[in-house]
Ligand binder design. Sequence first.
Ligand SMILES: Nc1ncnc2c1ncn2[C@@H]1O[C@H](COP(=O)(O)OP(=O)(O)OP(=O)(O)O)[C@@H](O)[C@H]1O
Ligand SMILES: [Mg+2]
Length: 491
Amino acid sequence: MMMKGEMFAQLGSLIASVMFFYTIFQRYLPYDLQGYVEKYSHRLLGLVYPYIQITFDEYADDFRKRSEVYTSIQSYLSTKSSTKAKRLKAHDVKGSSSLVLGMADNEEVSDEYQGIKLWWASMKEPPKKSSMSFFPEYDEKRHFRLTFHRRHRDVILGHYLDHVRKQGKEIAVRNRQRKLYINNTGKGAKWSHVVFEHPATFETLAMDPKKKEAIVNDLVKFSVGKEYYAKIGKAWKRGYLLFGPPGTGKSTMIAAMSNLMNYDVYDLELTAVKDNTDLRKLLIDITGKSIIVIEDIDCSLDLTGQRMKKKEKEEEDKEEKDPIRRMSEGEEPTTSKVTLSGLLNFIDGIWSACGGERLIVFTTNYVDKLDPALIRRGRMDKHIELSYCCYEAFKVLARNYLDLESHKLFGSVERLLGETNMTPADVAENLMPKSVFEDAGSCLKNLVEALEAAKEEARIKAEEEAKLKEEKEKDKTANEESIKSGNDKVN
Ligand SMILES: Nc1ncnc2c1ncn2[C@@H]1O[C@H](COP(=O)(O)OP(=O)(O)OP(=O)(O)O)[C@@H](O)[C@H]1O
Ligand SMILES: [Mg+2]
């Protein structure tokens, strides 16, 4: 059966042929008549064929570069065609996480926008047989053809095409494969990437549910806040400081953030950045929709601004005088000269203003060690403490690891978690079955035992510390008394 758009197209091409012959014939008409005939012939064409067609070629003039508009339309139509088209084509697109379904060649789907009906057709022209080409794939010309009634011209050209491009881009971002970028590859100021596939989500993250909800809301609000950020004149970025003891879920939360937001992750190793200039170079390469992570920020640099101790500096100077050795080792200097002000510039978005939608996340075990300038609000907008496992967090882990909502041992776990500190990482480790024969009850029993052992250990440690303190006090008093009695003798 002929497609509707195809029917319009054939009618159009018939009329176009008539017009073509007419144009040739027109040349033989007297000059005065030509203008009149042209004017009325176009009117006549308009009466017979009220539809407008626009074509979007896959390759523009530069045959190597695929047209961005074509790609956006393809993504946009992938959602329409999977439900409406009868013939589909499945293909894996570079950088996409799953198979992408699209319209097969010479297939048509209809679309509706503000009550206006339009038709999209995917057209393929066969390669020209006469020509020989080094790039035969470019000879197969494809284009999308949009057909709509001319009375909707303004809406289609003014709004609909923009809508298609925007939606298409969003769909492409949703389908793309996320990446984890790292900079400590010894290749200078360059990012290398691997596919980012971390299963952590906010659902599986064990923490106080209210706190978790607040973080998720904050992230969602950020992701839709483009206009708001533009209105208040701020770069579209947000800083999160995650702090807490090791094994409380800081890195896990970053993975959950990436999965929630569909952002790439740039894991920035500051010690591998030579200087502020390289930091800026790295920053310029970071795309939008990304999370820039600096893990263990307290260990990354001495962020007091006077980073290099004198001795280290002398050693480095010595090394600099030995370029041959350095060249033979073929490596970058290992000591980073990134300064606190360089890092502050980085965060403030002076260099990141060119792209939007970025999260900057710092993690640390020792929040007190950090320079206050680095973590003040505005730079690190939200400070999130991840702490020892509470009962609510345990319930999430029990659900994740054992598929348990309740159990008679839950009461003991609740009591023990109130009496002793255990990180979610340790709780999770204890909940993992040690063999295929271990059931949920015995895993919980393991956890109770581990908690009791941890409680006992903490009690012994506290006792020892108290004893040590007491002995120190005793020594101090004895010292003071002996000094005093010595002084008395002298007097
Ligand atoms: N809150 C949590 N929810 C779920 N799993 C957790 C949580 N915290 C820790 N884990 C588990 O423990 C492991 C270690 O956690 P993670 O690496 O996130 O800790 P961290 O806070 O980043 O530690 P560090 O300070 O040493 O970097 C994770 O792989 C995860 O399985
Ligand atoms: Mg970590």
